[in-house]
Design a protein around this ligand. Structure first.
Ligand SMILES: *Cc1c(COP(=O)(O)O)cnc(C)c1O
Length: 393
């Protein structure tokens, strides 16, 4: 099929939940993608902050190929080596004592919310079912994850959602303290909000959440699905704050494009979970875990993280130097950067794509830059120049 045939077949056969541009991507290498008509794109969105090692990474591809040729799936009813190899890496490099594997960010958040409900019941608090989430949050599209996602347009068509959720304003210490009480079993927050506009939490805010959770016996969940695993220049985004959660969820970059989700938990949380409490058919499969081990070893290396910090600072510096009357703010951590405009960003994203730069929005007024973490300074220069032209500078 050629480009036009593929696009018309998509319109005929797919549920129309996405509006895709009129191009068909065929292959990639590092931070570069090509479409079926041979046009080249500089990828500054990495499949929504997923492809951390870049496209077609040789080591990742070799690990996937080798594992696919050996064993891809047996279900969680059996032991295999790759899932313990990955679990050991995650536990030994985080606050956590144990992990549970699923297949996506939404699923990881579902599991974390379920674990919090069970923990409260196990402690004898039947009515302790409340969950506190924040404005600007994005935790996923499944019923439970959607219930803690703030955006009304995502929620309204599917109401009623999971009950018991209260939203408090993000980064408002007093409002958070008021929202968290004896009936709260969990507080869920992104240390750096991604979809909501690239908004870093303040240190005071995360510290206040930790203190309020401790005071009321609630579990603090950090959703690092987007900001975790090196994206912000530290292995975990929360490292920069010196605040540890009771649970943390990961997904997007962990297997460099294969589906995976994880909940990392303390022993206290793990201790309330028994065989049969939760499960997943596909989770923790040897294929995806072998791929994830490659990603983890690469992104957790101190030199790799230092490089992300340096390139992130360079990207911020270059963006801050753009002289546009429409740019109202430039913010970010590491290689998760937002450029806020005083106008909707959709036409700018389309203009950038026409010039060969792939970027995404985070809300209506923020351009999000989240390139593969292996991006080079030369590619950052090229992206900033293409963005400048797209902004008509
Ligand atoms: C993308 C995202 C999710 C949802 O992940 P899916 O894999 O799409 O289910 C959850 N939380 C955050 C912070 C995300 O960015």
């Amino acid at each position: 099929m050629n480009t036009n045939e593929i696009i018309s077949a998509e319109r005929r056969y797919l549920v129309q939940t996405y509006v895709r541009p009129d191009m068909v991507l065929s292959h990639g290498e590092g931070c570069t993608l090509w479409d079926c008509d041979g046009r080249r794109y500089l990828d500054f969105m990495a499949g929504i902050a997923v492809v951390a090692l870049g496209h077609a990474d040789a080591e990742w591809a070799a690990a996937v190929q080798a594992q696919a040729g050996r064993l891809a799936h047996v279900s969680n009813l059996f032991h295999t080596a790759p899932h313990v190899e990955l679990a050991r890496r995650l536990v030994e490099n985080s606050f956590a004592d144990r992990v549970f594997f699923g297949n996506s960010g939404s699923e990881a958040n579902e599991a974390a919310l379920k674990f919090a409900r069970k923990a409260a019941k196990a402690a004898g608090h039947e009515g302790k079912t409340g969950i506190v989430a924040f404005t600007g949050s994005f935790h996923g599209r499944t019923m439970g994850a959607l219930a803690v996602t703030a955006k009304e347009a995502y929620r309204a068509p599917f109401a009623p959602l999971v009950p018991g959720v209260t939203f408090a304003p993000f980064n408002d210490v007093e409002a958070a303290r008021a929202a968290i009480g004896p009936d709260t079993c969990a507080v869920i927050v992104e240390p750096v909000q991604g979809e909501g506009g690239v908004n870093p939490a303040t240190g005071d805010f995360l510290q206040a959440l930790r203190a309020a959770c401790d005071e009321h016996g609630a579990l603090l969940i950090f959703d690092e699905v987007q900001c975790g695993l090196g994206r912000t220049g530290t292995l975990w985004a929360h490292e920069a704050y010196g605040v540890a959660p009771d649970m943390m969820t990961l997904a997007k970059p962990l297997a460099n494009g294969l589906p995976i989700g994880v909940v990392l938990v303390t022993e206290a949380v793990a201790g309330v979970l028994q065989p049969g409490d939760h499960g997943s058919t596909f989770g923790a499969g040897p294929l995806v875990c072998a791929a994830a081990c490659v990603v983890f070893d690469r992104v957790s290396a101190p030199a790799f993280l230092a490089d992300v910090r340096e390139k992130g600072a360079y990207l911020l510096e270059r963006l801050n130097a753009l002289d546009s009357p429409h740019i109202t703010a430039v913010r970010g951590c590491g290689l998760l950067v937002g450029v806020e405009l005083d106008e909707p960003v959709a036409p700018i994203l389309a203009a950038a794509r026409e010039r060969g730069l792939l970027i995404i929005n985070a809300g209506t007024h923020v351009i999000r830059l989240a390139p593969p973490l292996v991006v080079t300074k030369e590619q950052i220069d090229e992206a900033v120049e293409l963005l400048a032209v797209s902004l008509k500078l």
